[in-house]
Design a protein around this ligand. Structure first.
Ligand code: SF4
Length: 367
């Protein structure tokens, strides 16, 4: 009896949510959705590519990368056969390069171990390297219409505002709570369109600032609108700790070639190339930098400082990097430091590099 009552309550709750919330969002989506290339396919390989590219990336920025990947690697086998350096080079400018390394690793796994067949259930998709719960839910629902709700920043915002849920989204226990709520709001059999709808609604309509409440299809039953508390949702108390780092990049040139280092250690920009780096806990002036170079046994005795650049602030999610570049021409010498290799200008242009390096290298030499 108790179970029956609970089921009835759950069923009734779902019906109410569908009528007041989920169905209006689907209708809104059909009338307002952006025309995006990954929305015209259900191929899990393309959906996966788009989802990995769009993590932490704006649609406007990610679209050209998506198109480039689809054109260069039309199948998972094509991506699997590419060199990792080529994939990283294509990724240049998107940041979070571990995504590209995992993408390549997983393509190889699907191509070689699964005969190119993408897993077709959430439980199997989530096991792939580089695929988290959100991405697995997106692929499982968009490609296979599996009834599994997505939960990303947009969904947190829409759900918390609409239902007036004040659980702190930076607390891990809240994730379970919101995941359950998201699942309850999902109309059975319509996961593909509903998941797209709620994310698009959060991105375009129920925006972080100045949501379009006056024109909102769910306004009459929205808690935050009713209380005038739109700006208070979602509740997030934990602030990200930002670390400051000071990078002094020395573009060491010798007979028209440049010394670069492949960053093999774990951390930001792994497997990308950068110039000779002096990292210090504070900003160094040229004199202090020269002392550091001498300590590092860089042969600067007869070297010429050609140019010193401005300091740039490069913002990553957990780090702010204050970077400055020096261009130094070395005399013909036997400078030999582990990890450093000489490359021609053209080769430097083609190597996978952090966008900070790519931009400033061309700026330095374009005059
Ligand atoms: S009424 Fe405003 S806060 Fe509520 S769901 Fe609509 S846009 Fe978001």
């Amino acid at each position: 009896m108790k179970i029956e009552v609970l089921l009835t309550k759950t069923h009734f709750f779902s019906m109410m949510i569908n009528e007041l919330f989920s169905n209006p969002l689907i209708l809104w989506y059909e009338q307002n959705k952006r025309d995006l290339p990954w929305r015209t396919t259900t191929d899990p390989y393309y959906i996966w590519l788009s989802e990995i590219i769009l993590q932490q990336t704006r649609v406007a920025q990610g679209q050209s990368y998506y198109e480039d990947f689809v054109n260069s690697y039309p199948s998972v086998h094509d991506l699997a056969q590419a060199e990792e350096e080529e994939v990283l080079r294509k990724w240049q400018g998107l940041g979070y390069y571990s995504r590209a390394r995992n993408l390549h690793f997983t393509a190889k796994y699907i191509s070689e171990e699964l005969n190119g067949v993408f897993p077709d259930t959430y439980d199997n998709i989530v096991k792939l390297k580089g695929v988290g719960e959100y991405t697995a839910a997106a692929i499982a629902s968009f490609s296979f219409n599996e009834d599994v709700a997505v939960l990303d920043g947009n969904v947190y915002r829409v759900l918390s505002r609409y239902f007036g849920e004040k659980a702190d989204i930076s607390a891990s226990k809240s994730k379970k709570f919101f995941q359950k709520l998201a699942q309850e709001a999902l109309p059975q059999g319509q996961a593909d369109i509903y998941n797209q709808a709620i994310m698009e609604f959060g991105a375009l309509h129920c925006k972080p600032q100045n949501p379009y409440c006056a024109l909102c299809p769910v306004q009459t039953s929205c808690y935050a609108f009713d209380k005038g508390e739109q700006e208070n949702f979602p509740v997030k108390t934990k602030k990200i700790k930002i670390k400051k780092r000071y990078f002094h990049y020395v573009i060491l040139e010798q007979e028209g070639k440049f010394y670069l280092n492949k960053r093999v250690k774990k951390g930001i920009w792994q497997n990308l190339y950068d110039f000779f780096l002096v990292e210090h806990k504070k900003e160094l002036n040229t004199e202090e930098l020269m002392k550091e170079l001498i300590q590092e046994q860089v042969p600067i005795a007869n070297a010429k400082v050609v140019k010193q650049g401005e300091q740039y602030k490069h913002v990553l999610s957990h780090q702010h990097i204050f970077a400055q570049f020096w261009h130094i021409q070395l005399e013909n010498t036997n400078f030999n430091k582990q990890g450093l290799e000489l490359f021609s200008y053209k080769e430097v242009e083609e190597l996978p590099k952090p966008i900070l390096i790519a931009n400033h290298f061309s700026e330095f030499f374009e005059e």
